[in-house]
Design a protein around this ligand. Structure first.
Ligand code: COA
Length: 314
């Protein structure tokens, strides 16, 4: 049974908005990215999602395809964004089966909580590799297709191109590095790099009609990110620090995606669209009351109660 529409996209967008378009998404089986792709598919696009896990990626792709009769959604597993060859193969498969790539979402990311003194060089490198190198590999592998699509969908800002829009990439980033939070050095450094990458792409490929933007989600209910950052008890406290008084929904990130890829987003380039209810403006240095600042750091405690805890080596 397909997911009710109001769980992943608003009613404000017209059906068929992305007819004949193809979106390529890394990390596409995750909670946020799958909602983004589902929204685009509902509005007419076909899609290719890639991920490390084969069964999960294929299962989520099948599920996303239920968003519209006749939708084609490929789920390609065994793709690690750290490995450019595996990404290039996925891009080739996507183009050979779906014909093109008009939109890209670079969503694959790594996240866990750890202070620097509990963060090994390899742990830091893992997140840098997934987020920064992975995002770089994603744009490298898809750029020829984005440039081609942008060329076919030029717009003058006055009259909508009858062929629609194309040649757009969105990087999924975060807001942690706007202020800084303990236990998140690796993610802050990585997301600052992702932001810089997006801005550079906007400047270098804008002249070819490609747009590159960032969506920086705030705390989103039920997302893997929140499971990794806050304990159940911490969630209650953290909700109160969001000026809008609640966590966001995956639908709200999907709506931002539709906006940026649609005719309404034609002149938006090199930007970060923060969708967080103004949460980052009140960032406490405490992602969950289970890890009170600075006592938790001074006690050298290990972080427990969140997803993605450090596994002990056999
Ligand atoms: N605290 C401290 N170190 C941790 C950790 C934690 N909670 N979790 C993993 N690490 C360390 C590992 O111990 C290892 O370092 P070591 O070799 O010095 O021991 C290093 O990180 C790499 O871990 P490994 O599990 O081998 O890497 P991986 O490539 O399989 O996984 C991660 C990458 C660690 C980022 C993992 O959390 C992941 O796969 N995340 C993807 C999903 C995700 O984070 N989504 C969130 C999106 S918001």
């Amino acid at each position: 049974m397909s997911l009710p529409k109001n769980e992943y996209v608003s009613d404000v967008w017209k059906n068929g908005l992305f007819a004949n378009k193809v979106v390529f998404c890394t990390g596409g089986s995750g909670s946020i990215c799958s909602a983004q792709v589902r929204a685009l598919v509902h509005l007419g696009a076909n899609a290719c999602i890639v991920g490390r896990q084969v069964a999960k990626t294929e299962r989520v792709a099948k599920d996303i395809a239920t968003a519209r009769n006749g939708a084609k959604v490929l789920g390609i597993g065994s793709v690690d964004v750290r490995n450019i060859e595996s990404l290039q193969k996925a891009v080739e498969k996507c183009v050979s089966e779906l014909g093109r790539i008009d939109f890209v979402i670079a969503g694959a990311a790594g996240n866990f909580l750890a202070p620097i003194n509990q963060l090994s060089t390899n742990a830091f490198k893992s997140v840098m590799d997934i987020d920064v190198l992975g995002s770089y590999n994603t744009i490298k592998a898809t750029l020829p297709h984005l440039v081609k699509s942008a060329g076919n969908h030029r717009n003058d800002g006055k009259t909508a191109n009858p062929a629609g829009t194309g040649g757009r990439i969105i990087f999924i980033s975060a807001t942690i590095h706007y202020t800084t939070a303990p236990f998140q050095t690796h993610v802050s450094v990585a997301k600052a790099g992702v932001d810089a990458l997006s801005h550079s792409a906007a400047v270098e490929f804008g002249p070819r009609g490609v747009t590159s933007n960032i969506i920086a989600p705030g705390p989103i209910s039920g997302s893997e990110g929140m499971e990794r950052l806050a304990t159940k008890e911490g969630n209650a406290t953290a909700r109160k620090s969001v000026p809008l008084g609640r966590y966001g929904t995956v639908k709200e990130i999907a709506d931002a995606t539709v906006y940026l890829f649609s005719d309404a987003g034609n002149f938006v380039n090199g930007q970060a669209l923060v969708v967080d209810g103004a949460a980052w403006r009140t960032h406490s240095s405490n992602p969950g009351s289970a890890f009170p600042y600075p006592d938790f750091l001074l006690n050298d405690e290990a972080i427990t109660g969140v997803k993605g805890g450090k596994k002990s080596k056999l």
